[in-house]
Design a binder for this molecule. Sequence first.
Ligand code: FAD
Length: 600
Amino acid sequence: EEGGVAREAGFWRLSKLAVPASEDPGKDFVGVSPPLLQAIAKALKFPVLKEPQFIYTVDVDAKKLLDMEPRTWDFIARLEPKLGAVEYMPDEKVATDLISMLDFHFKGSDDEQGTSYTVNNGSICPPRKKPRVAVVGSGPSGLFASLVLAELGAEVTLLERGQPVEQRGRDIGALAVRRILQSESNFCFGEGGAGTWSDGKLVTRIGRNADGVQAVMKTLVYFGGPPNILVDGRPHLGTDKLVPLLRNFRNHLRELGVAIRFNTRVDDLIVEGGQVKGVVVSDSRLQPCSVDQKLSFDAVVLAVGHSARDTYSMLLRHNVDITPKNFSVGLRIEHPQELINNIQYSELAAEVRRGRGRIPVADYKIVKSIGEGDAKSDTEQVEQNRSCYSFCMCPGGQVVLTSTNSSELCINGMSFSRRASKWANSALVVTVSSHDFKPFQSHGSLAGVEFQREYERRAAIMGGGNFVVPAQCVTDFIGNRLSVTSLPPSSYRLGVNPSKLHELFPPYITEALQQSIIMIDKEMPGFISTEALLHGVETRTSSPLQISRHNDSYESTSLQGLYPIGEGAGYAGGILSAAVDGMYCGFALAKQLSLFTGDI
Ligand code: FAD
């Protein structure tokens, strides 16, 4: 007998299975009722019958309980064995300087002399002459850097090569409907950066309870994001929520005195004696013959994202330290959303109702390690051990074109807040490292960028031009054959062309993708389906390089006065981490400019 399970001649008796009386159909029920089946499965630790569950994390305001009832000490003591140590968090610990600052609580009354504001253990010191800071790029990192610097008293100019969200929306519409790609106003460039026409997933590996992440989330709510992003397990905004939020962000920055210049591309840095003194800008709508303008600044924050390849080349001309870094490339797979709901929820899938039901549309997140060989050297290690993982999964979304010019084709996914489309798409990508960029080493630090370009160009050719995307049924991709029957429908608006995607990447990438898809299907039966369509290519998962900077000051290691931040500089991978990086850079730079004396 083991824990209530008695084995006898091939039979097991399970005794004392408790089923709540309210759920049990009673003695007249013939057969095994669902609650009893659950109890049996639980006793046998049988995984297949695990009931789908909502998982909650609960914050208990222990202080309030303690104030109310002396007996609650006893209540907490009883909770502890069940929940683990119940940590009592005094208010001060939650309300750090950072959060109170970005909650805009710090604007208390100035003291008599008007010298400084007190922020818990730090001070904001209004300077005699405001330092002038340029922030280049209005993605999440640039916006949060601008916000902090402006709140702390700097004279901020935000320079953005693309259009404000209103015009950017029209440009993206023209792309989707009339195939007109504006090189400076598209899915990557423009107000809000790359994440504006996106799924707006607000997840990060930093950990959602980190102070910086909480501060960013609260700021997003302050600017109009739905408050449930503060409590949802996997919060997301969707494009329709992001656009008005960005408008509010812009208005607030303008109220703080930030000069926002759209259609203004930074083409060069003004460097004197190893120190950045300003930038050279041009009107991005008038290229290539626009008139350059020189602007002087005390510091330049570079928040240009991972698609500003021209800006990377410009930095190299100034000998800025740049090193290639690992990133990932692959394809985007799309299934009918219903199929993913069925795989993930089984019977419960009927309750999803395209984002309107109590059950959210299903997503997935997969990481697979391919070929764990016994590597003898670092090089072998890279070749033998690759990760293949799902990336930027968009339930109820659509596949979109993220190219910034017409000869290079790359894609990504976006959704609206309700995630109500018929499709579920996700990138499936494989890690690549500088070892893989060897064929492009003549490009030095930009070898990874050339690696991306090579496969974007191949994808454009395979698609046949006009932004048509090369596509292949997943069953044919695994079988290394061209899809001959008609392809399943796709959410991609500009058309798909049946192609040999298995020949697009080098074999080490194709094989890693094929192996991992087969492994995923074992975990999610039905993932390999004639209804699943692969689209090429996904290349801009994160930056292919890192711009070296000092850990504490965020200043470039090779050029004083330059502050590289966010995804393009290689310090973030997603909306939240980019915003957090921008925010901390704002504080670090404010300290150097003597605007702020607190701890960060
Ligand atoms: P970016 O957002 O790329 O912003 C850089 C800005 O700099 C751009 O606006 C650009 O126009 C401007 N710029 C570039 N060069 C210059 C120059 N020389 N002069 C002036 N301005 C310049 N992440 C998530 O976390 N969740 C998601 O759901 C998600 N979905 C995505 C969907 C799509 C379609 C795309 C493209 C990306 C998605 N991402 C998502 C990734 C996310 O958008 C980025 O990680 C994030 O935006 C990076 O922020 P950033 O501030 O570092 O750079």
